[in-house]
Design a protein around this ligand. Structure first.
Ligand SMILES: Cc1cc2nc3c(=O)[nH]c(=O)nc-3n(C[C@H](O)[C@H](O)[C@H](O)COP(=O)(O)OP(=O)(O)OC[C@H]3O[C@@H](n4cnc5c(N)ncnc54)[C@H](O)[C@@H]3O)c2cc1C
Length: 484
């Protein structure tokens, strides 16, 4: 599927393998996860001709389809690191653009809670790290203050650290908006287009895909869980290796949200940020993620034992949640590498920029990463003048803001659990970047993501979607692209 502002929507089949358009793009971005989507926006805003190449049926179908959706301040990021810089820049830019672009923000704040004396001792160094990282509103809380912030929390909580800047966002709509902006600025988005190989002649890359051949002066590798494979395929070697780290989650029914005001963070360990209990912007409560290393880059299954442990942990932290039913369970894969830090580098001799190992904070950092990468690019080429930001519209799915069903003229509610209207589904199936599969349709509308998990609405959704997407295929593995 090819989407661009220049050409009408056109589907190619695999025998239609040709020189894409004769265009030499300024930049080919491999991978439309959160990082690739933000990258496309940044380069397009700066006047460059962009091709965004994605192997999946839709954008955000890799690591980015499942996360905790917390917009991090960077209070606990490694001081002085590129990760911290990108988190801070990404956070700031999101706060700057979310109003003008109508992107939701639930500014609920977070609290790091210590449940043992050893954890309580670690709160002071965490606060010192936050201050060093420039987050100066982090406040220590005594036991009584912890329960003032979260009155339903177990009285086993010993102490806390309030982090007012942590917030929740919709993990999908902003990135759809960024790609729509880039399309408005002339970018081409090619779905179902896996980059299989390539050649650099000293000036121009020719990228081989199963569909077409693309020519571009620069390549930015944002292939997430497959980042090292793309390096090997196109450059012959990779200086990092992806080690997928699975995170499993349990989602509680929406009535749980009256028990929680914001985000409850654990005291982090060396290896992981730990299990978080949080509201979601969609009105549920979420517990997770776990952290398990695996070799498989695609399969993100949930396991009964882990689910039990997460449900028990939620009950220990928030006893009243024991009476609330579970809506869903899902898992995501972090594109971790053998090192903790982001693996971002530029190979100037080959016009190649690697953006790899964006493991736990990429949703927040994506705009900052794009900014940093554009800086690397523009350091070696004349800097184009930044263009105006085109306005685009994406649906609001956040529970605290007006939803489509609350506005007149919606005609039919198709998913009653999540109150998704036919108008929202129609909009997601049309426009310059329609949903490419049922997973994408769910991410754009939340259809089938509520309490019945699509039991009541799947037939109707399929009927609406099937003329445009192959819904039958997606129903089989749609469960893996769930979210809170
Ligand atoms: C459990 C969990 C919880 C998280 N919680 C948070 C959080 O609360 N806050 C936060 O900020 N971040 C969070 N993250 C991190 C965030 O989700 C990741 O950092 C981010 O999704 C990584 O995005 P990416 O674009 O690098 O990779 P991906 O999303 O994997 O994108 C890469 C894309 O490249 C495509 N691709 C691969 N190979 C090719 C090829 N050869 N040709 C074309 N396309 C290709 C893939 O299909 C994919 O779509 C969490 C992650 C997980 C897993």
């Amino acid at each position: 599927m090819v989407i661009s502002a220049y050409r009408p929507h056109k589907t190619q089949n695999s025998s239609d393998r040709s020189e894409s358009t004769g265009i030499v793009f300024d930049v080919a971005i491999i991978g439309a996860g959160v990082v690739g989507c933000a990258m496309a926006r940044r380069f397009a805003l700066n006047g460059l001709r962009v091709a965004l190449l994605e192997r999946g049926d839709d954008i955000l179908s890799g690591a980015s389809k499942a996360n905790s959706a917390i917009l991090h301040t960077g209070f606990d990021a490694p001081p002085g690191s590129l990760e911290l810089q990108c988190i801070r820049d990404g956070y700031r830019e999101y706060l700057d653009i979310h109003r003008t672009m109508n992107l939701p923000l639930f500014a609920c704040g977070a609290m790091v809670v210590a449940w043992t004396e050893q954890e309580a001792e670690k709160l002071r160094p965490i606060r010192e790290q936050a201050l060093e990282n420039g987050i100066d509103d982090v406040m220590p809380l005594e036991r009584a203050e912890v329960t003032k912030v979260e009155p339903h929390l177990s009285d086993a909580a010993l102490a806390g650290l309030r982090v007012p800047g942590e917030a929740l966002i919709d993990p999908w709509s902003p990135f759809l908006a960024y790609v729509l902006q880039s399309i408005r600025l002339g970018a081409q988005v090619h779905l179902r287009t896996e980059v299989l190989g390539g050649d650099f002649d000293g000036k121009i890359w020719t990228l081989e895909t199963a569909r077409s051949r693309f020519r571009a002066r620069h390549v930015v590798n944002c292939a997430g869980l497959y980042g090292d494979i793309v390096e090997q395929r196109l450059k012959g070697a990779s200086d990092f290796a992806i080690k997928p780290r699975k995170g499993q989650f349990v989602v509680f029914e929406k009535s749980a949200s009256r028990l929680l005001n914001g985000i409850v963070l654990p005291v982090p360990s060396e290896h992981t940020k730990g299990v978080v209990l949080t509201r979601t912007i969609f009105g549920n409560v979420l517990i997770g993620p776990t952290a398990e290393e695996q070799d498989d880059r695609a399969r993100a299954t949930v396991e009964r034992e882990k689910m039990r442990a997460l449900i028990d942990r939620a009950g220990q932290m928030l006893p009243a949640i024991r009476h609330i039913s579970i809506t869903a369970a899902y898992a995501g894969l972090r594109p971790a590498s053998e090192k903790k830090e982001y693996r971002i580098s530029m190979d100037g001799a080959r016009n190649w920029i690697t953006v790899g190992g964006i493991r736990s904070t990429g949703m927040t950092a994506a705009l900052g990463i794009a900014h940093h990468v554009f800086g690397l690019y523009a350091g070696s080429t004349p800097r184009p003048a930044p263009g105006p930001e085109p306005s685009v519209s994406v649906p609001n799915l956040a529970e605290h803001l007006p939803r489509d069903w609350q506005k007149p003229g919606y005609d039919e509610i198709v998913c009653h659990c999540e109150m998704v209207t036919r108008r929202e589904l129609e909009a997601a199936l049309s426009g310059p970047l329609p949903a490419g599969d049922l997973g994408g349709l769910k991410r754009r509308t939340r259809c089938g993501m509520g309490q019945c998990q699509g039991f009541n609405c799947t037939a109707r959704i399929t009927a609406l979607a099937s003329p445009r997407i192959d819904a039958r295929h997606d129903i089989i593995d749609g469960g893996q692209s769930n979210a809170g």
